[in-house]
Design a protein. Sequence first.
Length: 446
Amino acid sequence: MTLIAARPGPGAARPYRFPPVVRRTVAGGQVVAAHLPGQNLAVALLLLDAGAGRERIGKEGVGAVLAKALEEGTAQRDATAYALAVEGLGTELVTGLDWDSFQVSVQVPVDRLSAAVELLAEAVRTPRLDPADVRRVRDDEVTSLRMDWANPGPRADAVLRADLYGADNRWGRPMYGDPESVAGLDVDDVTVFHSEWFLRPGTLIVAGDLDRVDLDALAAAAFAGTGGGPAERGGPIEVPARSGRRLILVDRPGSVQSTLRLGHPSPHRAHPDHVPMTLAGTVLGGAFTSRLNHLIREVRGYTYGIRGDFASSRRFGRFGVSSGVQTAVTAPALVETVGEITRTQAEGVTEDELAVARSWRAGQLSVELQSPRAIASALTTLVVHDLPDDYHARLRADLLAADVEQVSAAAAAHLRPEALTLVVEGDAAVIRDELDAAGLGPLTDA
């Protein structure tokens, strides 16, 4: 027997090809599809411009309630009959809501796709929305939110978002609302939101073997009974740059740890610096090997983990850092976190760090974009952010080609340590004095 003493190194990265993208206009709506030859599963996803950003101030969470109400029956059949019809195809209705869109999808064997799209459209276009069902779904959502908000994190997230964007703007409030906003919704709020945004055609996303799919027939089913053109989407939101950091304390009496949320506004998703920003964020805090995780977890032992990166939507973005640390080290953890952000902004990244970030991001992309559902999700990115059809085909190459100068320049331009809002949710009686003495910025209570 021969023993191998040296550990084998990684093999050469295999090339990745994103499938060809097909676009067409059918029955007043758009179809965007990807051809996956020989794939027996197919995904159809109806993409509507009905994200949380469309909700009115004071009606936060109405989209999430509507998402759960869609399966409570339709104009054609009650909830039980609808559930049996969906189960009979071996699928489920999957809903999703973000700032930019509302998504409803099914994944089935390709020969059942037509029937599945008909059921999807039935729920989206003609939901029953019985008042008793809507109120029950709303109350369930309130209960879920109250349980969530009883834990550390959601309050700090909400305070940070309100400070960055202003609570008088929808994007300055929680994406899914809070217990109070959802509890205040009535049946009319849900039905009005549906009539305003769910009867427009939208975009049908299809990922599967297109040789076995009739796209025109699928689109006709998905867009039947709809009308009206696309709504005005609005351009990127300009958030004025702030001078000076601020520190906000959210009291959580008796807490044995402090929840940290740091952030400042950053560019929207389609910004030309997206790739170098992503890599800069990965080096700083977006991976287990990142600077922040190494310092705050591995060297200092303040936390089990810390994460920092750039997140973006169609109209706005945010650089953010999140962690939970022991109460006794709240102030030093904050000071060192801000210091690491400042160092990255001032000094940029190293070639060794960037090599790891490039390899991980590019490899992750190749692994993730394999299944029909992942391909469908990638197609939604093209539509929502008005990206070219070859975007994903080029993205891996762009990640691997980014150099130290580009990524360091993005860090210098888009990290703003001097403009950070620092939110701490913890035991104010224990941590207030140390936070005030840390010199990170004026301290206020939430």
